[in-house]
Design a protein around this ligand. Sequence first.
Ligand code: SF4
Ligand code: SF4
Length: 112
Amino acid sequence: MIEVVSKDRCVACDVCIKVCPTDVFERGADGVPVIARQTDCQTCFMCEVYCPTDALYVSPLAGPAPEGSPHADEQALLAGGAFGAYREVVGWGRGRTPGSRRDENHLFRQRL
Ligand code: SF4
Ligand code: SF4
């Protein structure tokens, strides 16, 4: 479920607002998206994948992170390299190799 929008990383491009299939975000007065309807999140990771600056964190939890959870702690997530981690696995973003071109995916296909 979507947990954090990093104001420090966000460039207010609106892409996450546009790609979210369940309209979770609202544009804030400063252009940075606000998580307005968190429980509508489907944990699809589309916002995280499309964010050009790795400013979003979608947690693997099915519901909102409980009070004190590291999944909602921006500094802990930053320290752990969690922002854009799913996007990195997919291989989107500057300097990354798309998953479809990586060897492990070719091996996976051979098993099918
Ligand atoms: S994970 Fe999917 S449903 Fe949730 S906020 Fe991002 S785009 Fe919207
Ligand atoms: S996609 Fe990323 S940079 Fe663009 S508005 Fe959303 S959080 Fe900000």
